[in-house]
Every structure is written in C-alpha cells, then in structure tokens.
Design a binder for this molecule. Structure first.
Ligand code: SAM
Length: 234
C-alpha cells in the first residue's frame, strides 16, 4: 500500500495530476467495468471470449504478439452497422482469436463467416463458441482454419476482410498482397475493416486502399480507439 502510494506520488510529479487521474480511472474503473460486462455476457451465453489469452502459453510464436484480446462488442456492432452487407458476402477475420468478431459479424446476413488463427487452441475455443452461438446467428455457415496468415491465400469469395491489429506490418503487407491477388483472380468489391489500425500509414502507402470511413470511439475522453474502413482494389 505504501509503495503503491509512493508510486502514485512519483507519477503525479512526473506526469501531472490530471494525467495520473485519467489513467487511474481508465485502468481501475472504466476498463474493469467493460470487462465485467463482457464476462457477464460470456457467462450468460456460456461462451469464452472476454478472458484475455496470453499467447506464449498457447505456443504461438512471438511475432504473433503477446496476447489475444477480443474486439470490444459495442465498437464492433457500430462498425457492422456502417457496412453494406448482401447475401453473397463473405466475412473473413484473419487472427480470429476466440471468434468474438465472427460471432458479431454472424448476427448480420453474411453468406459465410471465416476465421483463421495461428493458434490451434484458440481455434478450438472459437469452434466451441460458434457452435454454442450458431442457433442465434443470422449466418450459420462458418469455417475455422488453424493457419499462419502468411501461408493463407485469401479465398476469392471473401468480400469483407477484418483485422484487429493482429500482426506487424511485414505480415499485414503480405496479407494485403494476398487479398489483392484474390481480387485480380475474381473482380469484386472488398471492404477492409482495420480495427486499432496501428500500421494504417504503411498500408495506405503501399496498397490501393480507398478510405471510406474512419470511426473513432472516445471512451469518456480517457482514450481513443479507432477503426478504419477501406475499399481494397487490385
Ligand atoms: C487481437 S487478437 C484478435 C481477436 C479477434 N480478431 C477478435 O476481434 O475478437 C489477434 C489474434 O491474431 C492471431 N495471430 C497473430 N499472428 C498471426 C498470424 N501470423 N497468423 C494468424 N493469426 C495470427 C493471434 O493468435 C490472436 O488470436
């Protein structure tokens, strides 16, 4: 308790009271409350999407990041509302983790939802989650693939590519190349939805991305999260 207090005083001296207060509210009140909401929903539906998985405990290589966190529900629902979705559309989540984004996309009338993840264990959890949620989904046709995104050729049926910042730019670059190859193979409109778009600048520089929207989520002004929606062309 004493050391914690000392830590807070040092932080206040260094960062200023306002900033420290903001961080305390964010990490001690706001985020735990959001997590609790997610956990309660998970408990209600008997699924497992909220608990953050440490990737090293799942035998995933370090390039895959440190942890698997699911897309926040409210944000994803807001983004989904902005998309044009038709009965022939196919949603792909590359780095699907426990499948939450797939489940939320499945509440829309997609023809199919596909999830790919490098971790076999996460794919198993996603499979269980989707089996449980399937009766409630508008789209009951789903496919899960355990694979490295680098080895995965994006199928020509995919019309909506979703990424929750799953990998560093060299991998994202290859994924966008694969998506563009698939568009060359079969001309169609492909929407690229990039949540927490850490490498947006590099992707916009190197690929034919037409930004349709950039959606910001201000979280009580404590922090800002973001989702970019692009149209991808060959
Ligand atoms: C932030 S989580 C995304 C969870 C999910 N998309 C969602 O929104 O609920 C990122 C996921 O990307 C996966 N991942 C990281 N690198 C990958 C790669 N090279 N190929 C496939 N999956 C990868 C991780 O295993 C992790 O589950």
């Amino acid at each position: 308790m004493r050391t914690r207090l000392k830590g807070i005083i040092t932080a206040v001296k260094k960062e200023g009271l306002f900033r420290v207060l903001k961080e305390l509210i964010r990490f001690r009140i706001y985020l735990p409350a959001r997590r609790l909401y997610g956990l309660l929903l998970d408990r209600y539906y008997r699924i497992d999407t909220e608990e953050i998985a440490a990737l090293d405990s799942l035998g995933v290589p370090l390039t895959a990041g440190e942890r698997c966190e699911s897309t926040p529900i409210g944000e994803m629902l807001r983004v989904l509302k902005l998309l044009e979705i038709g009965p022939a559309d196919v949603f792909l989540d590359l780095g699907c983790g426990k499948g939450r984004a797939m489940i939320l996309a499945g509440s829309k009338p997609f023809k199919k939802i596909v999830g790919v993840d490098i971790s076999d264990q996460l794919i198993k959890i996603a499979e269980r989650n989707l089996q449980i949620m399937k009766p409630r989904l508008a789209c009951k046709n789903y496919e899960l693939v355990a694979a490295n995104a680098l080895d995965y050729e994006i199928p020509a049926e995919v019309t909506h590519l979703y990424l929750f910042n799953p990998f560093p730019y060299p991998i994202l670059d290859q994924v966008l190349r694969s998506a563009r190859r698939s568009i060359k193979e079969k001309q169609r409109k492909v929407t690229f939805i990039y949540y927490n778009p850490k490498y947006a600048r590099e992707a916009e520089r190197d690929h034919r991305l037409v930004k349709i929207r950039s959606v910001e989520f201000p979280h009580w002004s404590l922090y800002l999260s973001k989702c970019n929606i692009y149209q991808l062309t060959a």
